[in-house]
Ligand binder design. Structure first.
Ligand code: COI
Length: 356
């Protein structure tokens, strides 16, 4: 593992009001950076004052989109902080790296860089209800040439942002429109990787939905435009006839850490969880027949986000009377309870770090 050099900021920034954080608007005083080249491996691991990153105008990321990222959170505890299943994110980042021909990152370098950074910016972890320190690790191809080929030089960065709720409205049901034109990803493509390109491809549909008054779109598969894949930037789950159905990981769906955790919790609670193809027809028939009991998105940022309306083919389907469903609320309480250290961590998901 390479040694981490630390250059402390000369002047610390003024912290925002932790009761009005929103999502991803403020950044801490420092950031972690490491460079990679084929001949040196990972080198020059350092923590520097948060700021701009100089980049060569021919850098691979600017032209060919060689970029991957992760989303994680740290929660303040009495003697330090805790994170939720960080090794799952590191593993997924390396799966994303393999798909985009970026180098894999060593778990020790990642965790050591991350905890050294958080320890330094510890006072930025908010402690009011519903807040956390959002962690955004990302990696980009940084060859200084325009040839299209696998990456030989890369940069890995971690930045930190104190956050409140992802949606301005907090945990309240959102209106979703089923997207029939654009697709987010295709099998064999990069859907299972957490890469910037997937999000870029989603922006047009997201904007169209917002212009019509919807919060997000429900994505259909790119081959048949028939099967449900994700909701906005989240995985999606439905409670139909008492059973939980969530799209299976076909290759175009992101293997969410929150998705995986929800499935484990739901199974422990005795629910049948089916990971399978779910067609929009099956879903809308269930909605028409009042068998669609609840629907929610799962992701790191929002954790669990209830769906109150589904719009498809000029029809508006109300889900759960546009209220937070009982199971949706129970899942949110359980997951956030474990994450914030208020509920028992039976499955050893929490990674604790002592600072004091
Ligand atoms: C998540 O919540 O898991 C996300 O990926 C959302 C992020 C892109 C803001």
């Amino acid at each position: 593992m390479c040694e981490i050099k630390i250059e402390k900021a000369q002047q610390l920034k003024q912290k925002p009001d932790f009761s009005k954080l929103g999502f991803g608007k403020y950044f801490t005083d420092h950031m972690f950076i490491a460079d990679y080249s084929d001949d040196k491996g990972w080198y020059n691991a350092r923590i520097v004052p948060f700021g701009y990153i100089p980049i060569h105008p021919a850098s691979t990321v600017l032209h060919y989109g060689a970029e991957i990222f992760e989303g994680m959170k740290a929660y303040k505890t009495a003697d330090g902080y805790q994170m939720f299943r960080p090794r799952e994110n590191i593993k997924r980042m390396n799966d994303s790296a393999a798909r985009l021909c970026l180098p894999s990152i060593d778990e020790d370098l990642f965790l050591n860089g991350l905890t050294t950074l958080i320890n330094l910016d510890y006072n930025w972890i908010p402690d009011s209800e519903g807040t956390s320190l959002y962690i955004r690790p990302f990696m980009f191809g940084n060859d200084e040439s325009l040839g299209v080929h696998a990456v030989h030089n890369a940069t890995f960065v971690i930045i930190l942002s104190p956050v409140g709720s992802y949606y301005a409205t907090g945990l309240s049901p959102v209106k979703i429109i089923i997207e029939e034109q654009d697709v987010r990803a295709v099998r064999g493509g990069t859907g299972y990787a957490k890469c910037g390109g997937n999000y870029a491809a989603s922006l047009r549909a997201g904007k169209r939905a917002a212009d019509k008054g919807f919060s997000q779109v429900l994505w259909l598969d790119g081959v048949e435009r028939k099967y449900i894949e994700e909701v906005g930037a989240m995985n999606v789950m439905f409670k139909i006839d008492g059973k939980i159905i969530t799209p299976e990981l076909t290759g175009s769906v992101l293997p969410g850490v929150t998705r995986k955790s929800c499935i484990e919790i739901l199974k422990d609670w005795g629910y049948d969880v089916e990971e399978r193809l779910l067609s929009v027809e099956e879903l809308t028939i269930a909605a028409k027949e009042n068998r669609l009991e609840e629907a929610w998105g799962t992701g790191t940022a929002a954790v669990v986000s209830p769906i109150g309306h589904l719009f498809y083919d000029n029809q508006d389907y109300t889900v759960s009377n546009n209220q937070i469903g009982e199971l949706t609320q129970r899942l949110y309480d359980e997951l956030t309870g474990i994450q914030w250290g208020k509920r028992e961590d039976k499955r050893n998901w929490v990674y604790k770090v002592k600072v004091k």
